[in-house]
Design a binder for this molecule. Structure first.
Ligand SMILES: [Zn+2]
Length: 277
């Protein structure tokens, strides 16, 4: 599944080729993905220049200032975006194109859990799918103070284990299962630790670990940013060298203790019982 780093790499890869270009056509080969694709996008956008490409969580936000709104794209479980020369025939599962004079941005989504939507106005976050998203972990507002306030929040603090809390998109966006596991290892915190039991200094370490883990993954995708036009899957999956994720039973890279796997909130968690408390 494309995670925040993959989506950010898509953004970085697409923006230099598309921003400032005028749209020549918009082609939807299906009426819907997970949700209906607006049928009036071509009429609405053709002749308008793309102003910017932003990101909120795992949503890509294409701003069309003169058309007065935002095209919102989510890659779902299996989606990818790539740039192809004009007149390139669409292959299987390639459902949606934004056509510019020199290039075509093509969305492929075999499982069709993605979305293509339109939000009128200046603020894309007004869309109901975006309105309740939590903090951006790469924004300057994501600080140790913020995380400390979060775990102390509620009537008597959040007693839930820290890992499912990090993965709750209503609180914090874009920290998927892999990134939660790796960040907690880096910070030396057990995924099972009750959130409100963690002191401010440990939460500060965790804040840094989350940011660094995401930035490293984005950097790992850097080569696909440079090769964007030629890559056949857009931003595919590039992963960190994982220290704990998917390494159940293998020795911890730091201390040699076998990595443990447990189920938490329906997901697998991996951690070193010695390095993480
Ligand atoms: Zn260890």
């Amino acid at each position: 599944m494309p995670e925040l780093p993959e989506v950010e790499v898509s953004r970085l890869g697409l923006a230099p080729h598309l921003v400032g270009q005028k749209l020549s056509a918009c082609v939807a080969r299906r009426a819907d993905l997970r949700l209906p694709i607006p049928q009036d996008l071509h009429t609405r956008l053709v002749g308008h220049a793309l102003t910017a490409i932003a990101r909120r969580g795992k949503y890509l936000l294409f701003h069309w200032q003169t058309a007065g709104g935002w095209l919102i794209v989510h890659l779902g479980m299996s989606g990818s975006l790539r740039l192809v020369p004009p007149e390139t025939p669409a292959g299987a599962h390639e459902h949606f194109d934004l056509c510019f004079p020199d290039t075509v941005m093509r969305l492929k989504d075999p499982r069709r859990f993605g979305v293509v939507l339109w939000q009128e106005g200046d603020d894309p976050n007004a869309h109901p799918l975006l309105a309740h998203l939590g903090m951006e972990p790469l924004s300057p507002e994501f600080t140790a103070d913020w995380l400390t306030a979060l775990v102390r929040g509620g009537k008597s603090g959040r007693k839930t284990p820290i890992k499912p809390l990090l993965m709750d998109a209503r609180l914090l966006v874009g920290v998927g299962n892999i990134y939660a596991a790796e960040s907690l290892f880096r910070a030396g915190i057990s995924p099972l630790a009750p959130a409100d039991s963690l002191h401010a200094a440990r939460l500060a370490k965790l804040t840094t670990a989350i940011r660094e883990t995401l930035l490293e993954a984005i950097k790992a995708g850097g080569s696909s940013v440079r090769d964007y036009v030629h890559s056949d899957g857009g931003a595919g999956s590039f992963q960190l060298q994982c220290a704990v994720y998917d390494r159940a039973g293998l020795p911890c890279l730091q201390c040699g203790t076998p990595i443990r796997q447990v189920r938490q909130a329906g997901r697998s968690s991996f951690y070193c019982p010695r390095c993480q408390r």
